[in-house]
Design a protein around this ligand. Structure first.
Ligand SMILES: [Cu+2]
Length: 370
């Protein structure tokens, strides 16, 4: 009898332990760290600047076609993806403060979607929320005037219950706002050369190389992908030709928070967050971005060699793999960094934004020098 009880107890212990391991695995939902497992053998894609036309009254018009396609993401067969003006992701829209813009967004997906301008100050009826569906085959033409400081924004669908999956499939792009009064600060500003977009998204793939956005039954975060794409490129590296490089970081993931840092823990300077330029650069060696958040950093690289591996996510916060490997191949001079970024005293930072909460502490120590 004792033997039977012992065996049953052992079985129960094994079962509970197994259940615990399964629970933890399910709860975590993905690997925590892929550092060292990525080869960095593909040049990082740089989204094109979207073409536009300017009408007689000065309105800048962008034509966007929301569509389906396929993309080589390093799998045995092409991955079915969604994109804007192309098969995967969207071009970078760019406009200046004071300009009127109009978007002619045509939905060729075969199903309804929306386009939302994340971070843009604009009338509610232009914002592309769930109440502004673009039906299949329809064209939606929101228009507004850019009236906010220079900033890195992004656009993506924002429809009820399907936002995450439409973004996951590939509908996302940057919207860079320029402010003429801030263009003489001497910051790296040649797009694709020393001013690089870095849109980071985590993905899971099924055995056929297709996106898999199913997630753990215990995860209320959303999908935590095990592979990291930057601007839609797996295993990306980027060559840079100047020592000072500006990276416009966007966490375009649905659930994963990234804590960006470099292999050698080098210091970089944070120059902007979601709302635009800070009043002064803030030196740091790690930067956390939750889904949807943006930041601009300036980092220095040594010339002529492949110096260090990467901006990567720090394992303690969430998972991740190195995101981008900047390589500097030749040198121009390190630009002097302006000590003052904004011309005027900024207002209080929005309290709801996690990364700016941390920055607020740093900024409180700075007196406004405008
Ligand atoms: Cu958004």
């Amino acid at each position: 009898m004792k033997k039977v009880v012992g065996s049953v107890l052992a079985l129960v212990v094994v079962a509970v332990a197994g259940l615990g391991i399964w629970f933890v695995a399910e709860y975590r939902g993905a690997r925590v760290d892929t550092v060292g497992k990525v080869d960095f053998d593909r040049p990082m894609a740089i989204p094109e600047i979207a073409g536009s036309t300017v009408e007689a009254d000065g309105t800048r018009v962008f034509e966007l076609d929301i569509q389906k396609g396929t993309t080589d993401l390093g799998k045995a067969q092409p991955t079915r993806t969604w994109g804007i003006n192309g098969p995967f992701l969207g071009p970078t829209l760019r406009a200046s403060r004071g300009e009127k813009v109009r978007i002619e967004a045509t939905n060729s997906l075969g199903e309804p979607t929306t386009l939302h301008w994340h971070g843009m100050h604009l009338p509610a009826e232009m914002d592309g929320g769930p109440h502004q569906m673009i039906e299949a085959g329809a064209t939606w033409e929101p228009h507004w005037e850019i009236n906010q400081p220079a900033a890195t924004l992004w656009y993506h669908p924002h429809l009820h219950g399907e936002t995450a999956s439409h973004v996951y499939n590939g509908l996302a792009g940057l919207f860079i706002l320029d402010d003429p009064s801030e263009s003489d600060l001497g910051l790296p500003d040649t797009y694709g050369v020393d001013d690089l977009p870095v849109m980071v998204q985590d993905k899971n793939f099924d055995d056929d190389g297709q996106f898999d956005d199913s997630h753990s039954i215990f995860s209320n975060l959303g999908v935590l992908g095990e592979e990291i794409l930057v601007n839609g490129t797996p295993s990306p590296y980027a060559e840079v030709g100047t020592e000072s490089v500006r990276l416009r970081l966007l966490n375009g993931s649905g659930g994963r928070t990234f804590n960006f840092t470099f292999d050698d823990a080098r210091t970089f300077e944070l120059i902007a967050t979601d709302g635009g330029l800070l009043d002064a650069p803030a030196a740091m060696d790690r930067l956390q971005l939750a889904p949807g958040e943006r930041a601009e950093i300036v980092v220095d690289f040594s010339p002529g060699r492949r110096p260090f591996s990467a901006a990567r996510s720090w394992p303690e916060t969430a998972t991740a793999s190195p995101a981008v490997t900047p390589v500097s191949t030749s040198c121009s001079c390190v630009r002097p960094r302006p000590s003052l970024l904004r011309r005027t005293c900024p207002g209080p930072l929005p309290p709801s934004i996690a990364s700016t909460r941390q920055l607020r502490r740093r900024l409180e120590a700075l007196s406004c020098r405008a």
